[in-house]
Write a protein of this length. Structure first.
Length: 138
């Protein structure tokens, strides 16, 4: 079983980490004392822990019969034989892809999923080795 980590880029990193830092600073300056800001900041970071979980746990794993797309609490199992195509996409739709600029879409019988594996060519080659009928523009 081979596992591919999700590729990240500066834009997604900035969004995932920059916004929480800015919100934390805003909360610090919104209260008279740091002591007053501790509870709101703790609540914010507790809520933000889902984002952190997603950032560190997004991957795509090949098994014998399917690819597993995992991102935080979300898991999708896609049988190789149900996949019809893999193509580049510039879609910004929310997905288990940590890169905003370098994404691919897997189209399969129950829909599609947008991902961003670090080594895109190796990923697509492995996918095609599991199902040679997959069409690809990559």
């Amino acid at each position: 079983m081979k596992k591919f980590k999700s590729k990240t880029d500066f834009i997604s990193f900035s969004i995932l980490w920059g916004i929480p830092v800015v919100v934390t600073l805003f909360l610090l300056y919104s209260f008279d004392t740091v002591k007053d800001a501790v509870i709101p900041i703790a609540i914010f970071w507790l809520l933000n822990s889902l984002t952190i979980w997603i950032y560190f746990s997004t991957y795509y794993k090949f098994t014998n019969d399917e690819i597993i797309v995992k991102s935080g609490p979300i898991r999708r199992n896609i049988p190789y034989q149900s996949i019809s195509s893999v193509r580049k996409t510039k879609s910004l739709i929310a997905s288990p892809a940590l890169s905003i600029l370098d994404r691919i879409e897997i189209v399969y019988s129950n829909g599609s999923v947008i991902i961003s594996p670090k080594d895109k060519k190796d990923f697509v080659n492995m996918l095609k080795s599991k199902n040679p009928n997959i069409s690809s523009d990559i």
